[in-house]
Design a protein around this ligand. Structure first.
Ligand code: ALA
Length: 486
């Protein structure tokens, strides 16, 4: 259970070329774009409004800064790992090298919450903006087919819908993009670059046009008084808000899942991870400031398309539809990275024998783990179709914070166990940075509702059972060791 993979072994496996391995086709620019592409999405365009209305008020800007601090500390740890071990699998692979197989499995299993459920959450928010734009063109999509059974949604015309049958647009976008990915990372990276440019353009447009329409009265009180519940306003509300909008930063770590496909991972990984994080933090704080300045935070309650609601206040009606269409396009790049990350983590786990070989089968023509892509297309569709966005968002946040915590611990262990290994990028101020990262992540986890903790525990227990029934018996590392003993 505590057997570790050596860094040399990991690099050797990654270097194996030819049939059955992934292509190294992503440049450093592609990697930064991959990061920004994964980061700006539903967290900004949907959860900012929800978290302002329920948790932090206009002080959601402070929540964003707190979440960015957690990400920066963990990002520095990710960067050291990903430059040292530039192979597929992200936090899963790093823990295999530092904390052994069992912890690695736990992380790999946990990453499903981040990537697969993350994709589901984004697709649900995508569906909300789609409905909004259809409504603007007087096309009224039957809401029973656009709302999941346990969701309450305020539609474009103001009607409140309490539960539908299935969120079909969310399912369809997941299916479409899974097929795009199946065709290969190079093509997907090119589509991604265009989408990233559109997305950054939208955010900058929103900030610059919105700034002069801010109503300062909306900032009073800046930190609404706590209502008596931990998560509702006041300073504790700001920390819950940070845990919720933490979702908006998820994605920079996804860059590391593509390490095996990077042309120059030693330079590309740290630049990709930290560069994309820095760009997004600045944009987020400004965006949140303008959004809560345009509309009173209370009016965002139940509004899953707050960017459109806020932009409507600027009076630039002719730009409104373009903005929504650009947001819709921008979401697809988040989805692409989430789907890519998920398939690569399972690919790597399967290569290690912890999951059936089905998951690492490479397509003879596209060089992608196509069966994993198809499997997750179905898995994610179920969540996209039937679970509300807030529940998905909480699960993704808690799962990712857990993974980040383990990455921070991993750096501390790695510095002790492999002090002389080659580190193209070194996390500064160790042990301060990893310890601070760990503490901030744990605090944000603590700030999330108790249901998220229960769901996390159930998911993890399921993972432990599967590990003992399958992974432990089929692990390649395990079997090699047993043979060598014999
Ligand atoms: N950070 C991504 C988003 O906000 C997951 O959509």
């Amino acid at each position: 259970m505590f057997h570790k993979k050596s860094v040399e072994q990991l690099l050797l496996e990654a270097g194996a070329s030819g049939k059955g391995s992934l292509k190294r086709s992503l440049s450093t620019f592609n990697l930064v774009a991959l990061g920004v592409g994964a980061i700006i999405g539903a967290g900004l365009f949907s959860l900012t409004g929800i978290a302002a209305a329920e948790n932090a008020g206009p002080a959601i800007t402070i929540s964003f800064i707190l979440a960015a601090v957690a990400c920066a500390f963990s990002g520095l740890c990710y960067a050291e790992f990903s430059s040292m071990i530039p192979v597929s699998g992200s936090a899963y692979t790093y823990s295999y090298a530092t904390m052994g197989e069992f912890v690695a499995w736990i992380i790999g299993w946990d990453l499903v919450l981040e990537y697969a459920l993350g994709a589901a959450a984004v697709s649900v928010s995508w569906s909300r903006y789609l409905l909004e734009i259809l409504h603007k063109y007087n096309i009224n999509f039957p809401h029973q087919l656009a709302v999941s059974p346990w969701e309450t949604v305020r539609l474009g015309d103001g009607t409140i819908v309490n539960g539908g049958i299935i969120n079909l647009p969310a399912v369809l976008i997941i299916m479409l993009l899974s097929v795009v990915l199946l065709r290969g990372s190079k093509e997907s990276a090119m589509v991604n670059n265009v989408l990233v440019i559109i997305k950054i353009g939208v955010v900058i447009l929103f900030i610059t046009l919105g700034w002069s329409h801010i109503n300062p009265a909306n900032y009073i009180p800046y930190i609404p008084e706590n209502t008596g519940k931990f998560e509702n306003f006041g300073w504790t509300g700001i920390s819950t808000g940070a845990a919720v909008v933490f979702f908006a930063f998820i994605g920079f770590d996804a860059v590391s899942t593509a390490a095996q496909e990077a042309k120059n991972p030693q330079k590309g990984m740290p630049v990709g991870i930290l560069g994309s994080l820095a760009v997004c933090t600045v944009l987020y704080v400004l965006f949140a400031h303008v959004m809560t300045g345009l509309v009173n935070y209370k009016d965002f309650l139940g509004d899953a398309k707050p960017a459109a609601t806020a932009f409507a206040k600027t009076g630039y009606d002719f730009l409104q539809n373009g903005l929504i269409i650009a947001i819709l396009a921008g979401y697809t790049s988040v989805l692409l990275v989430m789907l890519l990350g998920q398939s690569r983590v399972f690919y790597t786990m399967s290569k290690d024998g912890l999951l059936p070989r089905f998951f690492s089968d490479i397509h003879h023509k596209f060089s992608t783990p196509w069966k994993t892509n198809l499997f997750f297309m179905l898995f994610i569709s179920v969540f996209a179709g039937f679970v509300p966005v807030a529940d998905l968002g909480h699960m993704v946040s808690i799962g990712t914070l857990f993974a980040f915590s383990l990455v921070c611990i991993g750096i501390l262990i790695m510095r002790k166990t492999l002090p002389h290994a080659k580190r193209p990028f070194k996390t500064p101020l160790v042990p301060f940075v990893p310890v601070a990262g760990l503490l901030v992540c744990l605090y944000l986890m603590y700030s999330l509702p108790v249901e998220s903790w229960i769901r996390l525990l159930i998911w993890m227990l399921g993972g432990v059972v599967i590990y003992f029934l399958y992974g432990r018996r089929n692990s390649k590392l395990h079997n090699v060791r047993d043979d060598s003993v014999v």
